[in-house]
Write a protein that binds this ligand. Structure first.
Ligand code: ADP
Length: 270
């Protein structure tokens, strides 16, 4: 769902005794173009694994029919391609869900320390498999915000999954939570969560576009690691719903830091 507003300019023409109104349809055109681009991207992303699957089915029917070893190898690849399509559809549904919700409602009191701990626990098998150590630092006192716990969990899951995925084996991912009495930008109490990895980093040229749907800094690596190109777009939408912000700091060869700021709002009012 895309909100589109139009600029309408009206002028009274005394000679004709009529009111002439002009509507600027540029926003509508832009929304239409965005929709067309999105459909083209989704079709392309789905067609790639689909083409691979069709090719392997053909091979299994023909040349590999009687070769048990090749058959097993191809089935494994097909399994991977089907999982990729499944992840893509899952991410599309998540994106659709967060985009179609006007705002977070009803707000729930969320303890960020607890949420980060349980997110890390559920990512443990993935980090162990990747040979990555997850290191969490939180303050003693609970840090509370008002929000949707499932959506916030998705934000941290996506960021930490990326840090594990791109950080590479043998690395450490540092996750830290701090409460700020008065955030200089928000001019209100906030919670800041940083996810820092020791991976190859990101060329700063890509940073401004990284949260766009399907934008990838390194397409080859993203696909190789099973990325859908939608994770950060989902993060951005959820943070917008929570009036939060995402800042990305990185340079090539220097790892990457994803910094989330969330307003603490009136947590006592609930
Ligand atoms: P993907 O599914 O491709 O990982 P995301 O939307 O999560 O999609 O991320 C967009 C792009 O940002 C990725 O393709 C990758 O190029 C880059 N990226 C995200 N996180 C990191 C990271 N921790 N280190 C390096 N690059 C990253």
């Amino acid at each position: 769902a895309q909100d589109v507003s139009y600029d309408v300019t009206c002028r009274f023409i005394p000679d004709l005794g009529a009111l002439m109104c002009l509507t600027d349809v540029t926003p509508m055109e832009q929304a239409g173009q965005m929709r067309r681009d999105f459909v083209a991207n989704v079709s392309h992303e789905l067609r790639t694994p689909l083409t691979a699957l069709m090719g392997f089915i053909e091979t299994l029917r023909g040349p590999a029919r009687d070769d048990a070893v090749a058959r097993e190898r191809f089935l494994q690849i097909m399994d991977g391609e089907a999982s990729r399509m499944n992840r893509l559809v899952g991410d599309l549904l998540s994106l659709n869900r967060v985009e179609s919700q006007e705002r977070v409602r009803p707000g729930e009191k969320v303890d960020l320390t607890g949420l980060l701990n349980s997110t890390l626990n559920s990512l443990k098998p993935l980090s162990e498999e990747a040979g990555v150590v997850l290191n969490l630092t939180t303050p003693e006192a609970p840090v509370l915000i008002v929000g949707d716990p499932d959506q916030l969990r998705q934000v941290f899951t996506n960021l930490i999954e990326n840090a594990i995925k791109y950080g590479g084996s043998g690395g450490v991912v540092d996750i830290s939570l701090v409460a700020q009495e008065r955030d200089p930008a928000l001019r209100a109490p906030s919670a800041r969560i940083a996810v820092a990895d020791q991976g190859p980093g990101i060329d700063p040229i890509h940073l401004p576009r990284l949260t766009e749907r399907f934008y990838r800094a390194d397409s080859h690596r993203s696909r190789e690691l099973g990325g859908t190109g939608l994770g950060l777009a989902i993060v951005k939408h959820i943070l917008n719903r929570h009036r939060g912000r995402l800042r990305i700091e990185s340079e090539l060869g220097q790892g990457a830091i994803f910094l989330v700021t969330l307003p603490q709002g009136n947590v006592t009012g609930l």
